[in-house]
Ligand binder design. Structure first.
Ligand code: 4NP
Length: 153
């Protein structure tokens, strides 16, 4: 079993989008029994809430389900429970590296999309560009799945 945790600042825009997109890809490939998926936020302000309307709207447009997503805050145990901790931008990365036990690797989603034009998934909570964020999230999730499949061999 491979355990994947997506992390952003609030867990209502980017990381729940990544969770839903990645689960959709994993289910399409018939790997749902081999990969566990969750998401969380560095902050707990939105704990218990559904994703932002912009995230819900873009996922619905793409035919990706999102009904069960609820925000939660990251906890220390996550660093040992998850193989891949995958955040969205360099701010998330430096915060998570401060929290992580030494030696624990934290990734950015676009590390897995080397052809993308960006290294950071911008925050649509501030930019409003949910469709563009979806494109980046899709590319990163596909690359991450390819990496996990290659590792499984
Ligand atoms: P996210 O976006 O990190 O992609 O979920 C944000 C959502 C909420 C806040 C910041 C970013 N906030 O400050 O409440």
């Amino acid at each position: 079993m491979t355990h994947v945790l997506f992390v952003c600042l609030g867990n209502i825009c980017r990381s729940p989008m990544a969770e839903a997109v990645f689960r959709h890809l994993v289910e399409k490939e018939g790997l749902a029994d081999q990969i566990s998926i969750d998401s969380c936020g560095i902050g707990g302000w939105h704990a218990g809430e559904r994703p932002h309307n912009g995230t819900q709207k873009v996922l619905t447009q793409k035919g990706i389900s999102h009904d069960t997503l609820r925000a939660r805050q990251i906890k220390r145990q996550d660093f040992s429970d998850y193989d891949y901790i995958v955040c969205m931008d360099e701010e998330n990365l430096s915060e998570l590296n401060r929290m992580a036990p030494s030696g624990k690797k934290v990734y950015r989603l676009l590390d897995f999309a080397p052809d993308a034009m960006e290294q950071n998934v911008e925050d649509p909570y501030y930019t409003g560009r949910f469709e563009y964020v979806y494109e980046l999230v899709q590319a990163g999730c596909q690359g991450l799945l390819d990496e996990i499949k290659a590792k499984k061999g």
